[in-house]
Design a protein around this ligand. Structure first.
Ligand code: XMP
Length: 531
């Protein structure tokens, strides 16, 4: 891993961020898969939090006037030549610091302690025994389960530090020093550490003295004012995808500048049954914003003819979207501003990909996220919000529950749920199966309890028997997963009765299907979508 010069975490035209003065905690990201989760947890505790690259210059950090800093975990060892390190100046700031895992080792090492490779890598659940029930551990049990993932251990504490807790393998599982400098060897942000939120709360409220003023719905007025100021009297366009993000972004912009906004809904023919009508209907009724619908199914299908490779499908859908969108905007005349529903995880991930050379698994195509060749100034009112916060903003804006709480749907749509070539007929098949899955999942009350539920049309045909006849027809797979954020997922243990009804209805109601299978893979090693 190479520590490179990093782009600033806040691009100059970013809009609208939290107003100056918002109580902020910064997470310095050293590449842990959990860094983003730390920021989310802190926001859930009503403290505004952002992720910045681990080696952000101290002047930039100080300029944000943070109430506290968190050093995240990361894949390095403090003795690695090319380990990503913080600017040493952060230790001169009068700001509490919480080091987590690698972050704790950095803290110990940088402040004069000694870190060494442990005889045994500690990974998974461990039991931590609290030796000093104060500060971070105030009000917590004396022994509790925690999630560990580390190779190095603290051998000698820096001057002025004292141990707070231990595990069988880590004599120092937590430490505290002067000036609110604290470290923990385990991960408080993951669900496997049940008392993790309490621990973070202690850091934020006891150590940093935060007051807990962050409330996403309070963000609406500020965002509206900032959009108004930025856009003035110019026209704005926004691509609607049918998802929560673009709908909330458009609604905010509409509230700010009214009819200066035109939304474009490209119906690519890859949507769920009745989706385009439903989305346009709901938004028109609730917001009265102007929506132009572009019927583009034919062009998408023509472009997808003969394409079977998943990444190629994504490229084709992305390209055709830009073309259709461009043609439409040209009709609208001179437009300078493009509103997009970019979320904070998108921002973090694009920075993280630059920073850590993260391995690309799939190219995610977001309807709002592509027109690179187009010279628009971007209006991205959600760029500092997490998904659950966007949902709360949507509710505050009066969008209906079934729009705000809907399950995610991928930008390339059903094209990546028809395995193999995408044809009109195969789309119709997967659409029919998808309808049944969603209908049954809603009927059983599971729709909001699972992350996603959908059907995949496999390229496999199987032999069956219907009535007295042999059939040779399509196999449909059903995928229902539980997840926190889509980064990891597990297949949902849906009651057999529900699965049985889904299977029975698909085979009976969807022509050309004679077999249904249930996908029982978790992510990793699988992904949520099949392509
Ligand atoms: P995977 O398949 O990568 O999916 O495990 C994780 C989550 O992302 C969604 N997904 C996408 N969303 N554009 C999107 O907007 C895409 O290209 C895309 N591909 C996957 C997927 O539905 C799941 O929620």
């Amino acid at each position: 891993m190479t520590a490179t010069a990093l782009p600033p975490s806040r691009p100059p035209d970013a809009s609208p961020g939290p107003a100056a003065g918002t109580e902020t905690v910064l997470v310095l990201d050293f590449g842990s898969q959990y860094s983003q989760l730390i920021a989310r947890r802190i926001r859930e505790l009503s403290v505004y939090c952002e992720l910045v690259p681990g080696n952000t210059p101290v002047a930039e950090i100080a300029g944000r006037r943070p109430r506290g800093l968190v050093l995240s975990g990361g894949p390095s060892s403090v003795y690695d030549q090319d380990a990503l390190r913080p600017d040493h100046g952060i230790y001169e700031l009068d700001v509490p610091i919480l080091g987590i895992c690698y972050g704790m080792q950095l803290l110990a090492h940088d402040l004069g302690g000694r870190v060494s490779a442990s005889a045994r890598r500690e990974y998974g659940l461990a039991s931590v025994v609290v030796d000093q029930g104060e500060g971070l551990f105030a009000g917590l049990p004396q022994e509790m389960p925690v999630w560990m993932s580390h190779g190095d251990v603290i051998e000698q504490l820096p001057d002025g530090f004292r141990p707070l807790a231990h595990t069988v393998n880590s004599p120092v599982a937590a430490m505290a020093g002067p000036g609110g400098r604290v470290g923990i060897q385990f991960h408080p942000e993951v669900a496997h550490t049940p008392q993790g939120m309490e621990l973070l709360r202690n850091f934020l409220y006891r150590t940093c003295g935060c007051s807990g003023s962050w409330e996403p719905s309070g963000f609406v007025e500020r965002a509206v004012a900032e959009i108004r100021q930025r856009v003035g009297s110019e026209p704005v366009i926004c691509a609607l995808s049918g998802g929560v993000d673009s709908a909330v972004a458009a609604t905010l912009v509409h509230r700010a500048v009214g009819d200066q906004l035109t939304c474009v809904f490209v119906d690519n023919g890859l949507l769920r049954r009745g989706e385009a009508d439903r989305v346009i209907g709901v938004l028109t009724r609730n917001t009265r914003m102007r929506i132009v619908r572009v019927e583009a199914a034919d062009r998408f299908l023509a472009a997808l003819r003969g394409v079977t490779e998943p990444e190629e499908k994504r490229r084709v859908v992305g390209r055709e979207f830009i073309r259709a969108f461009e043609e439409e905007t040209r009709r609208l005349g001179e437009v300078r501003f493009l509103a997009q529903g970019t979320l904070y995880p998108d921002v973090i991930e694009s920075t993280a990909a630059d920073t850590f050379g993260a391995h690309k698994i799939k190219t995610h195509h977001n309807v709002g996220g592509l027109p690179q060749g187009m010279r628009f100034a971007l209006v991205e009112p959600l760029r500092y919000l997490f998904k659950d916060e966007v949902r709360r903003v949507g509710q505050t804006l009066g969008l209906p529950e079934d729009m705000v709480q809907r399950q995610p749907f991928p930008g390339p749509g059903l094209a990546i749920r028809v395995i193999g070539e995408v044809t009109r007929e195969r789309l119709e098949t997967v659409r029919g199966a998808d309808w049944v899955v969603i209908d049954e999942i809603k009927r059983s009350g599971l729709y909001h309890r699972v992350w996603q539920s959908f059907a995949i049309l496999t390229p496999v045909s199987s032999v069956g028997v219907m009535g007295d006849f042999r059939t040779y027809a399509n196999v449909v797979a059903v995928r229902i997963v539980e997840s926190d954020d889509g980064m990891t997922a597990d297949w949902a243990r849906v009651p057999y009765d529900v699965l049985s009804e889904i299977s029975r209805r698909i085979v009976n109601e969807v022509p050309g299907v004679n077999r249904v299978v249930y996908d029982i893979s978790s992510k990793p090693p699988s992904t949520i979508e099949w392509e």
